[in-house]
Design a protein around this ligand. Structure first.
Ligand SMILES: Cc1cc2nc3c(=O)[nH]c(=O)nc-3n(C[C@H](O)[C@H](O)[C@H](O)COP(=O)(O)O)c2cc1C
Length: 228
């Protein structure tokens, strides 16, 4: 119940469900009844600041058998604007006993500690902070990230694994968003036409070569970029 996108809420899905708590609960109850595995729910704070109802929906979800709740500390009307309200998540903590995960704008260990302190949540979920560095959750948990010199190979490995998993045609399309995130993070100075060539090519071998070349140039000796 977090997605704010127009094409999703037009179908009364995503965050639009927070405007229809009874309907949301009927879906949650049906899901809990239908499966043997634990059911978890993710939501925003509410539709807009006049209708913050995450605590009420979370409490009803708990009563319906849900075993964990995640809250992104924004309303739907905020989309991804402004800052997530970590304090407001605390009202959900007060409303439920099941584990709570806090989410929104966490990039660093200091952010993670702060969101836990302010929300009282049990754990943190990181979204955009992992774009272009899928190992970042591990880094926040204390593991080492890759050295800058390892990143070009890791990116190409990720790219090839996506093509293998999805097949070349679908894989190339799926891979684009990840390639965009990697290049934005590690090769922000890449010329627009070089980036466009990588993003639009259907030739996987060309893409792999250009990726490795662009990232190695940006991250090579002398480049002062942090891997983590
Ligand atoms: C490109 C993109 C795709 C997302 N897809 C999903 C999704 O499929 N399911 C979901 O629960 N949240 C999805 N989210 C929301 C994130 O899980 C998260 O709640 C939100 O981005 C706020 O956390 P962050 O500040 O750490 O990114 C998506 C967010 C972005 C930016």
């Amino acid at each position: 119940m977090g997605c704010p996108a127009k094409k999703v809420i037009g179908g009364y899905a995503g965050s639009a469900l927070m405007r229809e708590p009874d309907h949301a609960l009927s879906l949650i109850e049906a899901t809990v009844k239908a499966v043997k595995i634990p059911v978890t729910v993710k939501m925003r704070l509410g539709w807009d600041e006049m209708s913050i109802n995450a605590p009420e929906i979370a409490s009803r979800a708990e009563a319906a058998g849900v075993q964990l709740i995640t809250v992104h500390g924004r309303t739907r009307m905020q989309f991804y604007e402004g800052r997530a309200n970590w304090d407001a998540i605390a009202a959900v903590r007060d409303a439920i006993r099941i584990p709570l995960i806090a989410n929104g704008d966490v990039e660093t260990v200091a952010d993670a500690e702060e969101i836990l302190r302010r929300s009282g949540a049990d754990a943190v979920m990181v979204g955009r902070g992992c774009q272009g560095r899928p190992w970042h959750a591990g880094v926040l948990a204390g593991q080492d990230g890759p050295a800058a010199s390892e990143i070009p190979n890791l990116v190409v490995e990720h790219y090839r694994a996506m093509l293998e998993h999805y097949g070349v045609e679908v894989g190339v399309r799926h891979a684009r968003k990840h390639l965009g995130w990697y290049l934005e993070r590690y090769a922000p100075g890449l010329a627009p036409d070089a980036k466009a060539a990588i993003m639009t090519s259907k030739n996987a071998e060309d893409v792999a070569k250009a990726l490795e070349h662009s990232l190695a140039a940006a991250l090579g000796p002398g480049a002062r970029q942090e891997a983590a």
